[in-house]
Design a protein around this ligand. Structure first.
Ligand code: SAM
Length: 270
């Protein structure tokens, strides 16, 4: 009998990328090679097979683009601090640990208590139970002075625009000069959720529509890069199967591709 789960509606969405990474790990040519995700899927008593469709593979592509944003940061700042806000059951620290980074994973209480069944705090790695909308974790992640990188992958999309805008303003004010990676979805993505097979299996829906990530600069952020799945970083593209790359490039103009963006910001420095 596996580990049983009791999660809130938004929290349960963590099972989608977890299963996506597990399926990827079982392929002969895996993109992320996340064997731990496959072990977690085997260890958790949950109907993962209810999830179907391209969003499973999409969550792997997304994770690989976010990984590269963090790798680039650590390439420049090997002793920097990284905070993954709404980490779910991500294994990103294990994938990217350079032996020097100070890493924090934050997620809400119920997700964190599930996470703690499989992961433990270690030297340079700390899990924080809390909400991205709380304020007390900012001080904790500033334990080491120096460069800071925040990422929030497939989290803010689930919240109303006013709440997201307020938290972006707070990031910029509290952490000047920090990097921030986050994903945005335009109307073509938000208005078709009911047709997306993964969402047919879940009660929750995404709420925050953002057609143009450059509009977020009004909150004190500078947009450094904005990518779609048709234009990953070249080093990431090389890890994706050739047929994915060809298909995504062939349909780079199509709304399912253009509507979803993986963005890299920097908060204005002081
Ligand atoms: C789709 S999952 C993404 C998980 C992870 N980022 C990944 O890509 O594997 C959404 C995550 O948001 C988390 N979440 C929900 N509400 C949150 C909040 N207020 N603050 C931080 N995380 C939250 C959930 O617990 C869940 O882990």
């Amino acid at each position: 009998m596996g580990e049983t789960v009791s999660l809130g509606d938004v929290q349960e969405t963590l099972m989608i990328p977890l299963y996506g990474r597990a399926l990827d790990a079982r392929k002969s040519r895996s993109i992320l090679g996340d064997e731990r995700a496959a072990e977690l899927v085997d260890a958790i008593d949950y109907d993962f097979e209810k999830f179907r469709g391209p969003s499973l593979g999409g969550s792997v592509l997304r994770a690989s683009i976010f990984d590269e944003y963090v790798r680039e940061f650590l390439g420049k700042h090997p002793d920097g601090t990284v905070a993954d806000l709404g980490c779910g059951l991500s294994t990103r620290f294990d994938r990217l640990d350079n032996g020097r980074v100070r890493w924090f994973d934050l997620d809400v209480e119920d997700t964190m208590s599930l996470r703690r069944k499989f992961f433990t705090d270690r030297d340079r790695y700390t899990m924080i139970p809390g909400s991205i909308f709380d304020t007390d974790w900012y001080q904790q992640i500033c334990e080491r002075s120096g460069p800071m990188f925040l990422l929030s992958e497939a989290v803010l999309l689930y919240f109303p625009a006013e709440q997201v805008h307020a938290v972006l303003r707070r990031f910029a004010e509290t952490l000047p000069g920090a990097g921030l990676a986050l994903d945005t979805g335009g109307p073509a993505m938000m208005n078709t959720q009911d047709r997306n097979p993964v969402f047919k299996a879940l009660p929750t829906r995404m709420q925050w529509t953002c057609k143009d990530p450059a509009t977020l600069e009004q909150f004190g952020l500078r947009l450094r890069e904005s990518r779609t799945f048709a234009h990953p970083q070249p080093s990431v593209a090389r890890t994706w199967p050739w047929r994915y790359r060809c298909l995504l490039r062939a349909f780079e103009w199509a709304p399912p591709i253009t509507t979803y963006k993986l963005n890299l910001f920097e908060s204005e420095s002081g």
